[in-house]
Design a protein around this ligand. Sequence first.
Ligand code: SF4
Length: 705
Amino acid sequence: MSAIPPIPLTMLAPQALGVRTHCPYCAFQCGMLMGEDLGGDLPRVSGDPHWAVNNGQLCIKGWTSAALLDHPQRVNTPQLRDARGEWRSAEWEEALDFVAVKMLAIREKHGADANGVFGSGALTNEKAYLLGKFARLALGTANIDYNGRFCMSSAAAAQNRAFGLDRGLPFPVADVEHAEVVMLVGANTADTLPPMMQWFDRQQANGGRLIVADPRRTPTGRLANLFLQLTPGTDLALANGLLYVVIEERLTDERYVADRTNGFDAVRAVALQYHPARVERLTGIAESQLRQAARWLATARSAMVLTGRGTEQHSKGVDSVHAWINLMLALGKVGKPQSGFGTLTGQANGQGGREHGQKADQLPGYRLIEVDAHREAIAKVWGVEPASLPRKGKSAYELLDSLGESVKSLFVVGANVAVAAPHLSHLLPKLKALELLVVSDAFHNDTSAHAHVFLPVLQWAEEDGTMTNLEGRVIRRRVVSRPPTGPRSDLDVLHQLASRLGCGEKFVFRTTESVFNELRLATAGAPADYSGITYAKIEQQDGVFWPCKSEDDPGTPRMFADRFHHADGRAKFFAVEHREAGEEPNAAFPLFFTTGRYKEHYNSGAQTRIVGKLSSAQPVPRLEIHPRLARRHRVVTGSHVTVESRRAKVEFVAEVTADIRPDTLFAPFHWGGRAAANLLTSGALDPTSRMPEFKLAAVRIAKVG
Ligand code: SF4
């Protein structure tokens, strides 16, 4: 195959501190000012005081993010395995030829769907869009999904069903400041989104009340005016119990329910089964606390419920989110000023990443791959026949579960499935059974340890593009740092591979902006309509909230004020019942095990575990255990303990803390290998979103020795 010159992406000259860009990590996408090599003790990163989301604040991950740019472990040349299974450097042409030849052979022998693609919520909108196009056109496979399935899919599914549209926060984060009551459910923002705490601080300083529901008294829970330490997996019962109180005390907004919603009668009938005494048995929340929370939410002029992964990462995650939405619709709060329901997106571009076609059932703009009109719209933009587009593929866990069986190759772009997926003891051998595993990233990670090919790519500050933050605000990521010679953009890699697969002409883009312009075209008239967003408008307005339907349209910071996105303009209630988790504690496995995050680490830890300041602050995962349970097992802080589920046994160092329930253990999931918390979690999936149940496994504990 002949060499194809790389795409000349837009490259701005690196400048002194002062280039406005955004943090590489989470969906808060803090505004940053960056410059190159200022020398001395000066940081190369500072918070952007004029970015109205973080107002100059960064967390420790943001402050240390520039350490990744000149990190000694950076991979600068493509790598292939030699005959002994060791990595050897290769030229780009050799590596790309090797990948393409293998993909073609697998397609020839096993069919197009035997090539799988696994994307990421960390990719820019342009990359997410092009990766979906690459899978459907160049590979012709239905099997593309991404790690956002593990993160956001339950909230997304419930919002799409209830409101007709999913945007994590349907209002700017600054609205929090003026809400009289905010309820955070399963969200530890003090650790996961530290700069967001300024908005809760202001809200409380204004006389507002903060309610937090979580099985752990987290740093966020400690700040709450009312803390509800519920049993893991009972969020749905708690929300139904709150609705019971609201109905019983005649606090529903009957006018709003009649004018703006459908389906309340069925929900009312179900909610009335959730008497506070029953809810207390299920959740552990006392009736007095339940009534207090319900009255605060109902009688406040403005109130919002914000959910996180604690509610969503369950085999009943979609129904749990529905229960919270039902409550806020019954209170008539959704679409009102400084009020409503929202979910706190986790990954850097978790919002944009789920809108532009790297999900097995979706096409760009939140179009659905099984809807003929949506297929026709995208086929027209891509210049192909609608019938040539693959149908819906396997969801993330199911895709990984089929590796080595119906799926023979996997192209992993910006994800680390060997840490972030559940039930790793089951999935890791499947990675090893692949005929071809290609990892595209800046650093080796736990997944590339099993790969046949490693393709080194540019990092966040080395190329431009757009991200969509947790508010649905489309923002610009800018070039700040000159990349080393060797790594290429993912956009270039996709073009090069597509050319070798016989489809290169569909992937010729002169600049990143030209990819965005095709994305705009592909989303015109779609639910997530970006067609009116331009790079210039993003500059002028400090970001543009979608939907934005024309160049005259300033965008939509607040949604649902007048109508919802169903054809009749009304929101839908869904009657949902509490049900057991995929597995509940029993005599053999008597404890709940739940997972979460440290403020020093991001997701699978592939980036943050190699940053010295972060890894020295949190070098290993610790198992949180209540003093009562610890005494029973003669465990003290620092003891080595094993935690065992039906799937695996993992050794941790114990941290005894009264902040956790006596029936629950907690460990972070940022580590791989033998310390991987996800060895313990199960492959139970939500039936609608196909999101795994990361937040609940039944386990037992033993002291080592
Ligand atoms: Fe902000 Fe998130 Fe980056 Fe921390 S990790 S600086 S909260 S964007």
